[in-house]
Write a protein that binds this ligand. Structure first.
Ligand code: AMP
Length: 455
């Protein structure tokens, strides 16, 4: 299947070809024709599936098909939960739209509002914004949304998690009633269904497998460790195994700062990103990390949301997330687009329950690795790791395994998205219910289990 066969114009096909994409991902193959026809869409897809191009390409085409002369108005509005995601989406809009005469703008808080006000005085066809700052502009009457034809809610579940529901509703209230609505969400909680129900008309339902569902390429490991020794263990793992481009998740902003300081003191270049950091600091840290100048990026879940860092070799859960689903989001940042990756979790005794929840969600036990020299709380039972990959062959024994296992054959061919997308038309009774509804689909399929841990 080609992009042209989906009905995209020559300008857009040229842009994606220049970007190096040869064929559409499943979400793109499903979403693009629906959006081109002008229908509403409920997309079950998360970052990494190619969803951004999935809505950006047809959105650009619809706007380009109906050119407006002169300064024009804002005709498409994309709402995202975070500044980073807004920046990324807007960059995609610019890239895919580079052969079209359309102008885009990104808008988020944490930066001076005046340049935004100035930019809004010029031509803006597509506005990519976070809800808070957009509301500021609405209140100051510095933005006019009365000509919006297409509304996109990207990562809607995240926006709700972050408490943006009222802001979103206030924005929707000022939009023209007749418009096309596209909602993307990785999960389908009751709250999302309620939002979708009020927003979408006869939506097509498209769901693609969670990235991790096919990500057999992710080597997951649990490192049992006493709470006080986590920093040392992390330093040890990074140094001993020469890990580069390590994304480390902490639960708190304070914890992120402390950990970054600790790593820097041990000659491991690290920076923290979280909501209290200025936009300039976040952008700088991300840029340095992406270009591999920065060895470690320590992030809170919210700061990391939506960040597209592809083919990341290492994700570390310095602390397990409170919500098991966040584990899936976090580790999904590694092993992307066919490249292998390692997801390591440093787990202390207080996190045993969280670990159980995660293993229940992902429907498998995560291999446990004991690192010699790091006292393990005896209540977290470790099991021998076999050749670092726990695949059941070869010898093993306590203490083996950390940092090994790369370069070994892995199960599955794993395309970048895989999975069977499902489409449904027509508005179902009540809210849209893509298959796997509830708290979302879970990864499955990888064969990496060692003997049961007897839960
Ligand atoms: P997204 O899910 O939109 O964040 O996209 C995830 C990554 O996939 C981004 O780095 C995109 O550049 C990349 N991508 C999007 N579409 C394609 C495609 N058709 N082929 C290859 N890579 C793609």
């Amino acid at each position: 299947m080609s992009f042209a066969s989906l009905g995209l114009s020559a300008e857009l096909v040229r842009a994606v070809t220049e970007r190096g994409y040869t064929e559409p991902t499943p979400i793109q193959a499903q979403a693009i024709p629906v959006i081109l026809k002008g229908g509403d869409l409920m997309g079950g897809a998360q970052t990494g599936t190619g969803k951004t191009a999935g809505f950006t390409l047809p959105l650009l085409q619809r706007l380009a098909d109906k050119q407006v002369v002169g300064k024009g108005h804002i005709r498409a509005l994309v709402l995202t939960p975070t500044r980073e995601l807004a920046a990324q989406v807007e960059e995609s809009v610019r890239m895919y739209g580079k052969h079209l005469p359309l102008k885009s703008m990104m808008m988020f808080g944490g930066v001076n509002i005046n340049p935004q006000i100035k930019q809004l005085l010029g031509r803006v066809d597509i506005l990519v914004a976070t809800p808070g700052r957009l509301l500021d502009h609405l209140q100051q009457k510095t933005v006019d949304l009365s000509h919006v034809e297409i509304l996109v809610l990207d990562e809607a579940d995240r926006m709700l998690d972050m408490g943006f529901i009222r802001d979103i509703k206030r924005v929707i209230a000022v939009l023209p009633k007749k418009r096309q609505n596209l909602l993307f969400s990785a999960t389908f909680s009751d709250e999302i269904k309620l939002l979708a129900d009020g927003l979408l008309t006869n939506p097509a339902l498209i769901e693609v497998a969670r990235r991790n569902q096919t990500a057999e390429l992710i080597e997951q490991r649990v490192y049992p460790v006493d709470r006080e020794r986590k920093r040392d263990l992390l330093t040890h793992l990074i140094t001993e195994n020469n890990w580069f481009q390590v994304l480390v998740f902490t639960r708190t902003k304070h914890g992120a700062n402390n950990l970054a300081d600790h790593l820097n003191k041990h000659d491991i270049p690290a920076m923290a990103i979280h909501g209290n950091k200025s936009q300039a600091a976040r952008t700088r840290a991300l840029a340095e990390f992406k270009t591999a100048k920065l060895q470690v990026l320590v992030a809170t879940d919210i700061a990391a949301r939506g960040i597209d860092i592809s083919e990341l070799p290492h994700v570390v859960n310095y602390e397990l997330p409170n919500v098991a689903e966040d584990y899936v989001h976090r580790i999904g940042r590694t092993g992307r687009a066919g490249s292998s990756g390692e997801a390591s979790s440093l787990v202390c005794i207080d996190e045993k329950k969280l670990l159980n929840d995660i293993e229940r969600l992902i429907k498998r036990d995560i291999p446990v690795v004991n690192v010699p020299g790091f006292d393990v709380d005896p209540r977290i039972k470790a099991e021998p790791i076999l050749n670092g990959s726990n695949r059941g062959q070869g010898g093993g024994g306590r203490g083996q395994g950390q940092g090994q296992g790369r370069g070994q054959p892995r199960a599955g061919g794993a395309g970048r998205t895989g999975g069977a997308p499902r489409t449904g038309g027509g508005k179902p009774a009540g809210a849209p219910k893509p298959a796997g509804a509830g708290r979302g689909p879970v990864p499955s399929g990888a064969q990496h289990r060692s003997g049961g841990r007897g839960r």
